[in-house]
Design a binder for this molecule. Sequence first.
Ligand code: TEU
Ligand code: CA
Length: 561
Amino acid sequence: MNEQHAWWKEAVIYQIYPRSFADSNGDGIGDLPGITAHLPYIKELGANVIWLSPVYKSPNDDNGYDISDYRDIMDDFGTMEDFDAMLKRAHELGLKIVMDLVVNHTSDEHAWFIESRSSLENEKRGWYIWKDGKDGHEPNNWASCFSGSAWQKDERTGQYYLHLFSKKQPDLNWENPEVRDAVFDMMDFWCQKGIDGFRMDVISMISKVQTFPDGDTHGGLYGDPGPYVCNGPRVHEYLREMRTRVLSRYDLLTVGEAAGVTVDEAKKYANSEGTELNMVFHFEHVDGTPGRENKYGKWTTEHPTMPAVRTIFNKWQTELEGRAWNSLYWDNHDQPRAVSRFGNDSDEWRVLSAKMLATCLHMMKGTPYIYQGEELGMTNTPWSDIGEFRDIEVINAWKQNVVDHDIIPADYMLACLNAVSRDNARTPMHWDASENAGFTTGTPWIKVNPNYKTINAAAELADPDSVFYYYKRLIELRHMYPVIVYGVFEPLLPENEDIYAYRRVLDGQTLTVACNWTDREVPCDLFDGEGEELISNYKAHRAGVLMPYEARAVLISEKKG
Ligand code: TEU
Ligand code: CA
């Protein structure tokens, strides 16, 4: 079936977390001029779209995901002139800029919320979700994603407001058409500036079940709001309205961060008819630890198992075929470093396993996302004390689980934070082996991973066998071979405990991909010497086996004629 072609299907996206990317003025915080100065690096890598985590005005309770003015730039990152210069330079280099749209909630310092909380009669009262308490308690038992209750009592009026994230991130009330008008108008402001798309923060949560029923506590302190806030009753109606009123008027890439999304829901959010978004991020391979029992939910030291990860990806690859478009990612600013979580970050195996993971993901069907530093094989950071962390999710979880309620022993929680905390992704980018990895001449806002002396862009740009050049080649191949973008995905070796294999088929071409996820040599009879090897992380092969962490992608083209 001839698939509709589109630039956003053929793109490779590079995600920048501005706070940690490059500091131009020595204040220890990344900024927009720092990004502009490093755009040629992204161009060299070959990515053609940049997803910029939020740069709008924010008190940084959640590092920019708490916005106090959607139409101005955060002081830490520079000015609107700096943004315009970055956008102009990016377009000159042929790089598109996708902005982070955070409209499930604002900052509590946004003018809208300041007005809304001022009185029961304020005309913006209905722009947020205010409820009376019940029997002197919160309106229901929902947990915030950042620990504690999802409700905050406001002494001025005695009512509670909903915040699914921090108490400084009040949820907007999307039921209110004035809120939708204001959001769509703001989106149009940015589209008029010439941006190329939106990554939509927790967009699956904007429609809540209006009865706000208690959630299942699963034996914990608070109830799970998930069934009542994810994929809610009007979410597709709101996105179709967004498409009609804004998105349809521009040539944009749109990707929804869809916590709680299922394959069936994704067929709506990212449907091929284009009535909503281009694609969504699901969380199935990063929520908890696939293949393991998690006693404390997200907080674990266990690695996911390859068979469990394969089951998830094979489901998404096969079930969206012809129905919707996949996004592909191992990493982002909310996740630990891919090579530490899914691969092997030891000195012996880090490079090979980083290249193996990259092959496994980038030869699949969907738009691939590369998180800053992933292309270098950056690893998790060694954290020795809770005081080193900056992430509100970590700080609140420690307070709730270790300090206030003694739910998780401190040493085990610290081990979990080392394994899966978001700050693992937020340590400064490694540019070179100079102090602070060349990220800043000042004092960095967060710890720098001590391994920057050996893992950094300068060293990898000078090494033709580096992880960087391997990613560069994967991107080149995606731009050269339509079978990589549009080929139908077919699972192979579905029961093999060590090898993740699949093939891609298009117009008489078959691309066979096999990845050994272990540090052992394993038997593999998928390759018989025929065909054109597009890429491998080994220069030589042993017949009938895959070496430790070996990845191969071999193309066979049917003889025409
Ligand atoms: O993340 C939403 C989300 O679901 C994450 O909070 C994720 O579940 C969690 O980080 C994993 O433990 C988005 C942004 O990507 C995140 O940075 C923000 O903190 C959050 O929304 C609130 O805006
Ligand atoms: Ca700076």
